[in-house]
Ligand binder design. Structure first.
Ligand code: ATP
Length: 319
């Protein structure tokens, strides 16, 4: 399976809820930066990870791809289990999951969620469970807020915690430059910083209380037009001040992008990846060179969006 990274074209964050989550209104956009997931039958469930950021990816039952396989096994009555041990079943109820990571870890690009979505669809194929896309989406939502979007890809509006999806009417293809940070940011830390910043605002300045999040009609109209010049200035992210407070160097990355002609410059999700919109592929190449030259990030890649969701590359099975 090939599974895409996402950026958020809009991320509006409501007040902290009693259950510790925040309501969000977000516009997800899948981009052509993919992790690859391969699954094969095994006696017990295991995961191997290669590529970008492997040192920070857990290799046991907390790996999101393993969680996805385990959740699917449970939902369909298989006896698969994670880990080893004398009690491991003798029949091949497990799965060997191989992840080739290209999406940086803890980067605000939902790479772990992508791996979960990839493992879900791959195991669904491998085990021939016959589950429909809607049933997979239900399991996906139990694994994480961004997992349902990684299944569907494209451009979509996410409500609730982000898991309630509606496909967005978006035209055209967009050229992006992504700038990766030297170190990751943990999503819960960024939400906590966002709450702290909001609590510290002076009452009466009109912004102390977080308002219920609302979808930007201007952004939706711009996406329907397919014109990056219209979309660029409408990109927004309520988590950006929090990400900048935790990694102040990101300001320099955003400034470098604007200086080199980005139509829009934004922190992706909880960061620290910065996403820059260009008018076309040539402009994106120039932007990528300019940002690289500024020396304000670890690496720069050029990608297009929207990209498809989790999809089968090669079953490896002769039919
Ligand atoms: P979020 O989806 O919460 O915005 P993110 O995109 O910033 O997260 P991820 O790359 O999804 O970041 O990683 C978040 C954490 O999930 C990491 O710290 C990592 O330890 C854990 N994790 C579990 N499984 C995976 C996986 N398969 N790939 C990457 N990270 C994983």
């Amino acid at each position: 399976m090939r599974v895409p990274a996402k950026i958020n074209l809009q991320l509006s964050v409501g007040p902290l809820r009693a259950d510790g989550y925040h309501d969000v209104v977000t516009v997800y956009h899948a981009v052509a930066l993919f992790d690859e997931i391969t699954v094969s039958p095994a006696d017990r469930t295991s995961v191997e990870v290669t590529g970008e950021g492997v040192a920070s990816v857990p290799l046991g039952p907390t790996n999101l791809a393993v969680k996805a396989a385990t959740a699917l096994a449970k939902a369909t009555g298989r006896r698969g289990r994670a880990g080893s041990g004398a009690s491991a079943p003798r029949s091949r109820t497990g799965v060997k999951i191989e992840i080739r990571k290209r999406i940086p870890v803890a980067a605000g690009l939902a790479g772990g969620s992508a791996d979960a979505a990839g493992a879900l669809v791959a195991c669904n194929e491998l085990w021939r469970t016959g589950l429909q896309a809607s049933e997979l989406a239900e399991i996906a939502a139990t694994l994480g807020s961004d997992v349902p979007f990684a299944l569907s890809g494209g451009t979509a509006v996410g409500l609730g915690r982000g898991e309630q999806l509606t496909t967005a009417l978006a035209a055209g293809s967009y050229s992006w430059v992504l700038a990766f940070g030297a170190t990751g940011l943990a999503t819960p830390d960024v939400y906590a910083a966002c709450d702290r910043l909001r609590a510290a605002r002076k009452p009466g300045d009109g912004s102390s209380a977080a308002k219920p999040p609302e979808l930007s009609n201007e952004l939706m109209a711009a996406l329907r037009s397919g014109d990056p010049v219209q979309v660029g200035p409408l990109l927004s992210n309520d988590l950006q001040p929090a990400a900048l407070s935790l990694q102040p160097l990101l300001r320099r990355a955003l400034a470098a992008g604007k200086e080199h002609g980005a139509l829009g410059a934004i922190v992706s999700g909880s960061g620290p990846t910065c996403a820059f919109l260009a008018s076309d592929a040539d402009a994106a190449s120039e932007l990528a060179v300019g940002i690289t030259g500024a020396g304000v990030c670890r690496a720069v890649v050029q990608v297009t969006g929207p990209a498809p969701g989790a999809c089968l590359v090669d079953s490896g099975i002769a039919t």
